[in-house]
Write a protein that binds this ligand. Structure first.
Ligand code: C5P
Length: 222
């Protein structure tokens, strides 16, 4: 499906959370399961694309038809893997929930308690993978995700513009949707349009999303 537009195209999909290590046994993570991104990667492969899946720490089997899977842990590792994989890619779909911050340094030994004293963790902002890609002179067609708990359209359109994306897939998290759930509902936004993809399981939604991406890709790059 996808009307042959994606046949043989190089598509890179990032999925899952990132883990930012604090010490040898602790990390800062988030609740992304990776399921939406894995479903999108599978749908892109079904549409005939040559798919590289860059996965954060998830417990998911590689979907059928994926050409290459690269497993990473931290945002910095994901940034490096995505940068390498997108060097000659046609489309990048950033479905990963990249951690915004990482500890300034990773403690070499397990941190200990100190008689009830407070512990302050100093955090550094991680690079924005999508924003870095869009700043490059030649870059793939860029699709981002925005998981929001409120004001979905306003935040999504702001990210579309600020990160220099071609499309953004926004979903409201909470109420049985979004993270750690089987179902999702998405509104897609691009510069001069939008489309509703109503609540459905992630596999069906992923196929609809890939069809929309294929349409838009053909319109601006075909
Ligand atoms: O700003 P926010 O994290 O909500 O944006 C979400 C989108 O940006 C997702 O597509 C995510 O993969 C991407 N992102 C990124 N690098 C970051 C943070 C988010 O590429 N450091």
């Amino acid at each position: 499906f996808g009307d042959q537009v994606l046949q043989g195209r190089k598509v890179v999909v990032s999925a899952g959370p990132t883990y930012e290590d604090i010490d040898p046994v602790r990390f800062i993570g988030n609740r992304s399961s990776g399921r939406m991104g894995f479903a999108v990667a599978e749908a892109a492969a079904q549409a005939g694309a040559q798919v590289t899946l860059v996965a954060g720490p998830v417990s998911l089997a590689t979907p059928q038809g994926i050409a290459r899977r690269v497993d990473v842990r931290s945002a910095a590792q994901m940034h490096a893997a995505v940068t390498a994989a997108t060097a000659d890619a046609d489309i990048y779909i950033g479905a990963a929930a990249v951690g915004d911050y990482r500890p300034n340094s990773v403690a070499p030994q397990k941190l200990k308690k100190h008689d009830g004293a407070a512990l302050a963790l100093q955090l550094t902002e991680n690079p924005d993978i999508l924003a870095h890609l869009s700043a490059q002179r030649a870059h793939p067609f860029l699709v981002g995700f925005a998981a929001e708990t409120q004001d979905v359209e306003r935040y999504a359109r702001d990210k579309l513009q600020r990160k220099g994306l071609d499309m953004i897939a926004a979903n409201q998290v909470g109420e049985g949707l979004g993270f750690e759930t089987a179902d999702n509902a998405i509104t897609l936004y691009w510069a001069d349009g939008s489309a509703e993809l109503p609540r459905a399981d992630k596999a069906l939604l992923a196929r609809q999303l890939i069809e929309r991406i294929a349409d838009r890709y053909r319109a601006v790059r075909g």
